[in-house]
Design a protein around this ligand. Structure first.
Ligand code: AMP
Length: 431
């Protein structure tokens, strides 16, 4: 896959209407944005376009709302199925009640708070359209002048968005002359606003996607060695593709978290009640054999912090063993493993990390993840954190500034590291 894509700097945007797909899927509580990081992350691209005399039309999704057409809510499939199973006499009232409840989505998932925050950050007005590709959005886009910014409503108010419906993509495209994708978090999805729209407009990337592709692409193609990959998290099944691809490229592969226990089983060790995917044990054996054949140093925990139950306040202890006793579950790597992993990370030239070393949400089982985060931060290596829980841990611990790159997309960065083609990037013009 060619990741050498044209960016906003490779196309003349002056006097043009530019549709920018952002990732404004920000966390909200009671209508208030609790973390504006994603909006701040979009500013460099937006500012570049404004400084270069473009008229900027922003779009994004937010959450998973009901479909909304002409300010009317539509039932989703699950709800409609449930209602269809009710006695006929009850269906009308149930539909009405359901629609009434769903109406809140129009406000709950509106991008209006994003427009307000963006206006504050940019220090200029941000025009908010009432719809996505309706009369209001189209009229406002038509009247938009260079140097002005507008935002259309949540693209997922339309079911056609996630279906990558060509007619809907064409409607989106009809408001602009150039398309810029700057939403890395959804680049692994072939949706209308992330990929389909590029069939109708010259398409380039923004600075956010450019940085993701540059840093992660370089780590995969020409890493500073030794290249250490650290994978954790709950399930090995989610990351088989990533492990498989990284074995081809890295010098050391560290496995922690719940997924380690499938490898324990593959080695004939006991795993007690630990999370373990029986149907992936053979695959784990194959992956270890492949690592051996490639000369990759494959590290899994040698000791563990185990708990009685999957509960925050469960009884727990450390066992200096890579076998878990009956009735206990592995919930974190042990101190000896932590030291071993930290030492390995200290000597790395490049580190890629995705997934916690244990149930890091709970204090007793967070030590392994904290230790690894600290070691990566202090390693001096090129450090890439692949979104999700590990990114959250790094930020919470105050190590974010010490990392080379924290990916803005958990799922997208995993697919990137897996070597898959991301539709939201593949659709952009090559350099
Ligand atoms: P992932 O989304 O695959 O990166 O997984 C992150 C989740 O894995 C977190 O919610 C952790 O609590 C969970 N996790 C990590 N280690 C374990 C473990 N040993 N047992 C159960 N869950 C775990």
């Amino acid at each position: 896959m060619n990741y050498n894509k044209k960016s906003v700097e490779d196309i003349d945007v002056s006097g043009k209407k530019v549709l920018v797909r952002c990732d404004f899927n920000v966390p909200m509580k009671d209508g208030v944005i609790t973390d504006a990081k994603r909006i701040i992350g979009a500013l460099p691209t937006i500012k570049y376009l404004l400084e270069h005399n473009a008229a900027v039309i922003l779009c994004s999704h937010m959450g998973r709302p009901h479909n909304i057409m002409n300010e009317k809510v539509k039932l989703d499939k699950k709800e409609a199925k449930k209602i269809a199973e009710l006695p006929e006499a009850e269906q009308a009232a149930a539909t009405e009640a359901c629609l009434e409840k769903a109406k809140g989505d129009i406000e709950k998932f509106s991008l209006k708070p994003v427009a307000e925050k963006l206006a504050e950050l940019l220090g200029q007005d941000v025009i908010m359209a009432k719809d996505v590709v309706g009369e209001d959005a189209k009229a406002k886009a038509a009247a938009l002048k260079p140097g002005q910014v507008m935002i259309i409503e949540n693209v997922r108010f339309h079911a056609e968005e996630t279906k990558n419906d060509p007619a809907f993509a064409k409607e989106l495209a009809s408001m602009a002359e150039i398309y810029v994708n700057d939403a890395f978090g959804t680049a692994h999805r072939a949706h209308a606003s992330t990929a389909g729209v590029a069939d109708y407009l010259p398409a380039v990337c923004g600075y956010l996607i450019q940085k993701e592709v540059d840093v992660m692409g370089k780590a995969l193609s020409e890493p500073v060695r030794p290249f250490v990959a650290i994978l954790g998290g709950a399930k090995v099944s989610d990351k088989i593709g990533v492990i498989n691809n990284l074995i081809e490229k890295c010098d050391t592969l560290i496995i922690g978290g719940g997924m380690a226990y499938t490898f324990f089983r593959a080695l004939g060790n006991t795993t007690g009640t630990s999370i373990c995917e029986e149907d992936k044990v053979d695959m784990a054996k194959e992956l270890m054999a492949k690592a051996r054949a490639k000369g990759v140093n494959f590290l899994i925990p040698v000791d563990n912090v185990i708990g009685r139950e999957y509960k925050e306040d469960t009884a727990y202890m450390t066992i200096y063993s890579d076998s878990i006793p009956d009735g206990w579950m592995g919930l974190d790597i042990g101190p000896v493993t932590q030291e071993l992993f930290e030492k390995t990370i200290e000597g790395a030239g490049t580190v890629v990390w995705n997934g916690p070393m244990g149930v890091s949400e709970w204090d007793h089982f967070a030590h392994g993840t904290i230790g690894v985060a600290r070691a990566v931060a202090n390693s001096g290596a090129i450090s890439i954190i692949g979104g999700g829980d590990s990114a959250a841990a790094v930020e919470m611990l105050g190590f974010a500034d010490k990392m080379t790159h924290i990916s803005t997309g958990g799922g997208a960065s995993l697919e990137f590291l897996e070597g898959l083609e991301l539709p939201g990037i593949a659709c952009l013009q090559d350099k």
